[in-house]
Design a protein. Structure first.
Length: 188
């Protein structure tokens, strides 16, 4: 079965003085990714690994790629929500914006890219990627927000907070031939 493993980066070093796309994995995030790889949840053969260009996702992808002797392909389309209008915001405010973002998917909350636009960008890119690997398993490393709206699309559901990952560093799996979710969010 040709599958896509959609994986989100785990814990990061939060530094308000550094732009969010440049945040790096924390030691806990690196360790969790390595432990995930060692659990052999991924199949023995992976044809390609695609990653967001954000540093934390790229680092996650690189850890996974070592097992398969692959080099991740960097894809801007897999980047997280464009939230450059606000940059870093404290956790309480961030959580409020995220709730509003999910509750109003066609509206730009505080200048953030809309959920609807993120979904369209991600799903269109995934369709292009899948077409290149019809018989193979691929890995996609991205972010929680983009994962949530992608999962909703794959389940033919409206964008909703209920499709958000259970924690940083989670994954879901879908059959790329039937475009059918075979495993919903699991923590690494």
């Amino acid at each position: 079965m040709a599958q896509v493993f959609f994986i989100t980066h785990p814990e990061v070093i939060i530094d308000p003085t550094i732009p969010v796309p440049e945040w790096e994995l924390s030691e806990v995030g690196k360790l969790r990714t390595q432990e995930f790889v060692e659990k052999n949840i991924l199949p023995e053969k992976v044809a390609a690994i695609f990653s967001s260009i954000e540093k934390k996702a790229e680092q996650t992808a690189n850890i996974i790629a070592k097992k398969f002797y692959l080099t991740p392909k960097l894809c801007p389309e897999l980047g997280e929500i464009d939230r450059s209008s606000t940059g870093y915001v404290p956790l309480n405010e961030h959580n409020y914006i995220v709730r509003e973002w999910f509750n109003h998917p066609t509206v730009s909350i505080k200048g953030w890219e809309t959920a609807e636009r993120v979904q369209k960008r991600a799903v269109n890119h995934l369709i292009t990627m899948i077409a290149q690997f019809e018989e193979d398993t691929i890995v996609v490393v991205s972010h929680g927000g983009i994962g949530a709206v992608t999962l909703a699309a794959l389940l033919y559901q409206d964008i909703s907070l209920r499709y958000e990952q259970p924690q940083l560093g989670s994954y879901f799996v879908f059959d790329s031939k039937e475009v059918k979710v075979v495993e919903q969010w699991q923590a690494m």
